[in-house]
Design a protein around this ligand. Structure first.
Ligand code: F1P
Length: 346
């Protein structure tokens, strides 16, 4: 993450040449974004939808490449096509990007980890993540570096769109602080191992999040199913009562990602609904979030989120560690999960 951000934020904010070339002219014309990706990269795109819509006030749609490429999407004028891919060789993402050429986009941007990949070669603008080689099949540092890159893109667009200067500077300093905040989150590992003990004999798990932490809950559940083979689903917490609550009993652990901010009270009432049905709660809570007064008796892990903007990237790390330690305790092959390939090129 430090490498991805390195030399891309100056004293007055995000530098215009974050794409390697000056992308200012193109970015100045952007009136909306279509973000296309698969798997973990798709979840990174979903986080950025919350960021870009809030700070740059531009409409963003995020779609898996395997759907997008086979349907006739409507492309409003001034829409930028964004492909996110760790490898830059995922077949659906590459095909979607090629398909986008005849759909009238303003231009294409690749957010990718491999400079010589097909997706990067074919894009107009390139924003490189600098994660280094991913050893395991399940993406981990690809995700956090994609969030760092998408954070840069968000701030670049926000500046173009006239975000309040003080807020802009606050968001830049949060993003600069991200590597340190992640280092701190890694120190929670011993506590995460204790949490992992709660899941090792489970068949199912339910993840809940709100706002930009909802895609983080999706990613946490994907990591758990990929490497520990526990069936896991993630929902926006407000959707609980629209169906998934029927699954909650004492055999269903519920992992909640609890940000600090306006959505906290809403989440607390969702947790209460789980508690009332005997579900075991594992709460990943911001260090400053007050969880008192909701009858919550589950296990809580306190995380210093480092600010509202970067918190999704910081909370990701203990969720990844949770999946990792559950898998290790269950004895599955963390680096090479069954049935999965690192790069899906067909
Ligand atoms: C997309 C992806 C990964 C996942 C697995 C299969 O890859 O779904 O997120 O971990 O390796 O492919 P990419 O387009 O980001 O390289």
């Amino acid at each position: 993450v430090a490498a991805t951000l390195e030399a891309r934020i100056g004293p007055h904010g995000v530098l215009p040449n974050i794409f390697g070339v000056d992308g200012d002219e193109l970015l100045g014309k952007v009136r909306g974004l279509h973000i296309i990706a698969c798997g973990t990269s798709y979840h990174a795109g979903l986080v950025s939808k919350y960021w870009i819509e809030e700070y740059a006030r531009l409409p963003v749609s995020v779609e898996v490449a395997s759907e997008y490429r086979y349907r006739e999407a409507v492309v409003p004028d001034g829409t930028l096509f964004v492909a996110i891919s760790q490898s830059g060789e995922t077949a659906d993402t590459l095909a979607a990007m090629r398909e986008s050429r005849r759909r009238g986009y303003l231009g294409t941007l690749a957010i990718c980890n491999v400079p010589e990949s097909s997706v990067v070669r074919e894009a107009d603008l390139k924003l490189m993540t600098r994660a280094g080689p991913e050893i395991g099949v399940a993406s981990t540092k690809a995700f956090t570096t994609q969030l760092a890159a998408l954070g840069l893109l968000t701030l670049h667009l926000a500046q173009h769109r006239g975000l309040d200067k003080a807020r802009y500077i606050d968001l830049c300093s949060q993003l600069q602080h991200l590597p340190r905040a992640i280092e701190d989150a890694l120190k929670l590992e011993p506590k995460v191992i204790d949490l992992a003990e709660h899941l090792i004999h489970r068949q199912h798990a339910l993840f809940l999040g709100r706002g930009a932490q909802y895609p983080v809950a999706l990613e946490g559940s994907l990591k758990l199913k990929e490497i520990s083979y526990i069936h896991a689903e993630a929902y926006p917490a407000g959707e609980l009562k629209h169906g998934p609550l029927a699954l909650v009993d004492e055999n269903m652990p519920v992992i909640a990602v609890a940000p600090n901010g306006p959505l906290l009270d809403k989440l607390k009432s969702n947790l209460q609904e789980v508690r009332a049905r005997g579900g075991e709660l594992l709460v990943f809570a911001d260090g400053e979030a007050s969880l008192e007064g909701n009858g919550h008796r589950g296990v809580t892990l306190r995380i210093n989120g480092g600010g509202d903007f970067i918190a999704p990237a910081v909370f990701t790390v203990p969720l990844q560690l949770l999946a990792y330690h559950v898998a290790v305790l269950r004895g599955t092959d963390v680096d090479q999960p069954r049935n999965l390939a690192k790069s899906v090129t067909v």
